[in-house]
Design a protein around this ligand. Structure first.
Ligand code: UD1
Ligand code: CA
Length: 464
């Protein structure tokens, strides 16, 4: 039998306070996998092609509305008092247009997949409604799903209302449903708060439908982690890890080596090319893009940065909004701050800090250096301990270093200043004036030696 495709409308319940998180921030804004948990839920509803998305907000409603980066299609529904999940869904009724399959999701269940929403919609279209359940070793605080002889739902029992036999049931309610509108609203209207928590449970309405002969099929999750609900900080940590690992699994399938995924952080917005090797303790955050064939050693922390192909990052280096071209080497212990650009094959070594600076192709700054507000040409060599003195206490100034220049160790470049093409600065110089192309700039006092000084000094000390 082929079924007519039905309209899908999503309702996300996100009004609860999340008391057990002990936080002023509304629960659904707490981050997992690098973004507010509700964003993951909204991704899934978008992926499932919902015609309308309603979000029920209450506690911290204003904050939630503001925080969700969304220019689109969300219809905000207010639940003024949080009287339970059934009451929350009931608030959506006036906003749902026409007959539809309602995909009901909880804002604190972020691992939900588009595939699950598709399966639920299909199951609901074939009968009355459907719900997702996870077979777990210990269903913990999830409502227990009791099925009838045909495998369909009989009822859902919340933990505070459950007896020992019900608690032993391993099938947990994931909190993801496909329910017909307007059908479900009849059951919601008849709800009573006759339970241990005194709430109007959505789960009771779904159970009541089943009792009345409106069959609810129980769709088992292939990946039980989809049922992870976040009620406290320990749940948050589990869901965060699960989201990171899900993305890392995808990257590994695409040819990225992640030596120890359990000790690695790769947020969902991060792209990594094939044959790149990621060592433990690496964090790749935000919108970072890593090319192919890179090696990222232990402790690299990279946020919103772009690394091209064949880049080697040695241990404990920090990148923040930096851009690095093919074949560069960075670190160990290097820091690339915003607007740092390394051109092809450039090298930045240990204890080198770079800010708003472009380092040309094949140029090197290997040790103990600060390069800020500078432009460095190709094939230049920046010696150990070089500092661009870019700030005079009031304004920042530019330093320019030409192609093939050799900046001697411990040169202070007092900006604004220019070191010419193929020019050299003598080690230990303080350069305050431009050095012409091919010239040597010396800016230090000449050394003098005082013979016999040590002997005279010793005598002096004895006398005193
Ligand atoms: C709920 C389910 C439980 C399921 C679990 C899955 C009920 C009665 N129980 O329990 O069977 O196993 O989720 O994670 O539904 N909310 C509102 N308004 C309210 C109350 C809650 O919007 O008045 C929202 C919350 O913000 C939250 C979601 O609904 O995002 C779930 O509420 P919560 O109190 O966390 O339910 P659980 O006890 O986890
Ligand atoms: Ca919950």
């Amino acid at each position: 039998m082929t079924l007519a495709p039905s309209r899908r409308v999503a309702v996300v319940l996100a009004a609860g306070k999340g008391t057990r998180l002990r936080s002023d921030l509304p629960k659904v804004l707490h981050p997992v996998g690098g973004r507010p948990m509700i964003e993951w839920v909204l991704d899934a509803t978008r992926g499932a092609g919902c015609e309308q998305t309603l979000v029920v907000v209450g506690h911290g409603a204003e904050q939630v509305r503001e925080a969700i980066d969304d220019d689109s299609d969300i219809v905000w529904v207010e639940q003024h008092q949080q009287l339970g999940t059934g009451h929350a869904l009931a608030q959506a009724e006036p906003h749902v247009e026409g007959d539809a399959i309602l995909l009901v999701l909880y804002g604190d269940v972020p691992l939900v997949s588009v595939e699950t929403l598709d399966r639920l919609s299909e199951a609901a279209a074939a009968g009355w409604g459907a719900m997702a359940a996870a077979e777990l070793e210990d269903a913990g605080w999830l409502g227990r799903v009791i099925t009838g002889p045909g495998g369909d739902l009989e009822r859902i029992v919340e933990v505070p209302d459950a007896g020992p036999e019900e608690l032993a049931v391993r099938l947990g309610n994931a909190g993801i449903y496909a329910l017909p509108s307007p059908g479900i609203f009849d059951y919601l209207r008849r709800l009573e708060p006759a339970n241990a928590q005194g709430e109007l449970y959505l789960t009771d309405a779904v159970g009541d439908a089943a009792v009345a002969g409106d069959s609810v099929s129980v769709v088992r999750l292939g990946d039980p982690s989809e049922a992870l609900g976040i009620n406290d900080r320990a749940d948050q940590a589990r869901a965060h890890r699960a989201l990171l690992e899900r993305h890392m699994a995808r990257l590994m399938a695409a040819g990225v080596t992640i030596l120890e995924p359990a000790r690695t952080v790769v947020e969902a917005g991060v792209r990594v090319g094939a044959e790149t090797v990621i060592h433990p303790g690496v964090s790749l955050l935000g919108m970072t893009e890593i090319g192919a064939g890179c090696v990222l050693h232990q402790g690299a922390w990279i946020r919103d940065s772009k690394l091209a192909d064949g880049v080697e990052v040695k241990p404990y280096s920090v990148f923040d909004r930096a851009e690095v071209a093919d074949g560069c080497t960075v670190g160990p212990f290097a820091r690339l701050r915003p607007a740092s650009v390394l051109m092809e094959g450039a090298r930045v070594g240990n204890f080198v800090e770079v800010k708003k600076t472009r380092i040309g192709a094949g140029s090197k700054a290997s040790h103990l250096t600060y390069l800020g507000d500078a432009t460095i040409g190709d094939g230049a060599n920046i010696g150990a301990g070089v500092v661009t003195c870019n700030y005079d206490g009031a304004a920042k100034h530019q330093t320019e270093i030409g192609d093939g220049a050799f900046v001697g160790s411990d040169t202070m470049l007092v900006a604004p200043v220019r070191v010419g093409r193929e020019a050299t600065t003598a080690a230990g110089s303080t350069i305050t004036d431009d050095v012409p192309d091919e010239a040597l700039g010396v800016g230090r006092s000449r050394q003098r030696n005082i013979p016999g000084w040590a002997r005279r000094m010793r005598k002096k000390i004895k006398r005193s």
